[in-house]
Write a protein that binds this ligand. Structure first.
Ligand code: FAD
Length: 432
């Protein structure tokens, strides 16, 4: 595609934004009304923050504790505005258009040229295309940079960008130091004037963000609760500008009455077992606790309403850096009192004056009884959070089982394998 073979043309229909997003993301979306978005915990020194979001769907939804919600967030307005200001070939930012590409077909009578719909982008306004459909915050690929160099009116700037394109070391150093979003790239190269239509074909599509649902429909009919760690970081070795995670910042800034577009994603491998008497061991540091709140809400409802008898033991292992960051403390205490939770252990990894501890160490403390629950009582083991923690927890569990189950390393490996095969080892991994 070149500047000559892509354009914004007339759309065949004026799709409302929600339908355009459904077409673009290939998902059936539900509109949610925000009931509340509030801070759960905030660390005074580091400003690290976790928020709670309560959403009410406009049409009926179904999910089970352990499922995810996929949220479609817009790019931050100031980044979008700064980008739009620099684009060429824009007549009206707020008129619905259809991105089109020129297709050439060879026929017996010669080449036929025709404008065709660009499949990846549905009809939308240019403002919405850049707000909702395109990823503006991941640093640009070399393919995007190559085009930005072509669009520079200043030779020296073009040369600078082309050096990044042709020297992968330079490119990686630049990305890891600046981690620049598109508005910052434009700031660094002021003569860049890309064409809005061609740039839209080169940028990566915006991705939905997933959150583990923190509620149960039994306890809160037609509601979805989210537990969200707000992502912020400074680039340039901590001395650069503050960057905000797209979706977590959007969720944090929501006000009651705002609208959110989202879809449910089922995660049957992370549901609770049907048999309520089966012991549950839940390991979720940080926002890894999110799905487990849904679990204890669900069980509390079943137990209080005498739907289920003989509930098995539920052990929760939570960890965070500082005492101040402990999530759902009061709820956990109440659940312990009600007999919905039987153990709720806490590991603090950076609290001054207390021993640096991770969830793995807590598992070790409870090793003997935990092994018994898993080997003799048909217990289920759940781990939720980042990939590294999940690996460490698995390794630790293997050691614990080997020790307390009197097994060889191979037998412990086999036992863990059997837990997985029997769908008793459940993982919900957030990413790296
Ligand atoms: P983004 O805009 O996506 O920014 C994050 C990116 O910024 C990182 O990938 C990294 O590239 C960059 N970055 C971050 N920190 C730095 C740094 N210090 N230096 C340089 N670059 C950096 N999150 C929750 O809070 N709660 C949940 O319940 C939850 N459940 C999840 C379930 C699943 C299945 C998955 C896959 C993820 C889950 N997540 C959850 C994570 C969530 O989906 C988002 O990834 C998270 O909220 C960040 O999204 P964002 O749009 O705010 O940040």
């Amino acid at each position: 595609v070149t500047e000559e073979t892509v354009r914004f043309g007339k759309p065949s229909s004026d799709l409302p934004l929600i339908n355009a997003l459904e077409a673009g993301f290939r998902k059936q979306l539900v509109k949610y009304k925000v009931k509340e978005s509030k801070t759960l915990v905030k660390h005074t020194e580091t400003n690290a923050e976790t928020v709670f979001v309560d959403l009410e769907p406009e049409s009926e939804i179904k999910y089970v504790a352990g499922d995810h919600i996929g949220v479609l967030a817009p790019n931050q307005k100031d980044i979008v505005d700064a980008v739009l200001e620099r684009l060429n070939g824009v007549e009206d930012l707020d008129k619905i258009v259809q991105l089109q590409v020129m297709k050439e077909t060879l026929t017996p009578t010669g080449t036929v040229k025709a404008w065709e719909r660009y499949e990846r982008l549905p009809p939308a306004t240019i403002r919405n295309i850049y707000t909702r459909f395109l990823d503006l915050t991941t640093p640009p690929t070399t393919k995007v940079l190559k085009y930005l160099a072509e669009s520079c009116t200043d030779e020296a700037e073009a040369e600078q960008i082309n050096e990044l394109v042709s020297d992968s070391n330079k490119y990686h150093d630049w990305v890891s130091f600046h981690y620049p979003h598109l508005a910052e790239v434009f700031e660094q190269f002021p003569s860049c004037r890309p064409q809005a239509s061609l740039l839209a074909t080169l940028l990566s599509p915006m991705q939905p963000r997933f959150y583990s649902i923190s509620s149960s429909l039994l306890a809160h009919p037609q509601r979805v609760h989210l537990t969200v760690a707000v992502v912020t970081y400074r680039t340039q070795d901590g001395k650069g500008p503050l960057h905000y995670g797209v979706c977590s910042t959007y969720l944090k800034n929501l006000k009651a009455g705002d609208e959110v577009l989202a879809f449910i994603r089922y995660k049957p491998s992370f549901h609770m077992p049907k048999d309520i008497s089966a012991p549950l061991i839940l390991v979720g540091p940080g926002t890894g606790i999110a799905p487990f709140r849904g679990f204890w809400h669900h069980r509390r409802h079943l137990i209080k309403n005498l739907v289920s008898h003989n509930p098995g033991p539920v052990w929760l292992f939570f960890g965070c850096r500082y005492k101040e960051m402990e999530l759902y403390k009061e709820e956990k205490d109440a659940a312990l009192e009600d007999g919905v939770l039987h153990k709720a252990r806490l590991a603090l990894s950076r609290e001054e004056g207390s021993h640096k501890k991770y969830v793995q160490a807590l598992l070790e403390d409870e090793g003997a009884e935990m092994t018994r629950l898993l080997t003799e009582e048909h217990g289920h083991f759940y781990v939720c959070g980042d990939c590294k923690m999940a690996d460490d927890v698995e390794q630790k569990l293997k050691e614990i089982i080997q020790k307390h189950g009197d097994m060889t390393e191979e037998e412990a490996n086999d036992f863990l394998e059997s837990l997985r095969n029997e769908n008793r080892y459940h993982e919900d991994i957030f990413g790296i």
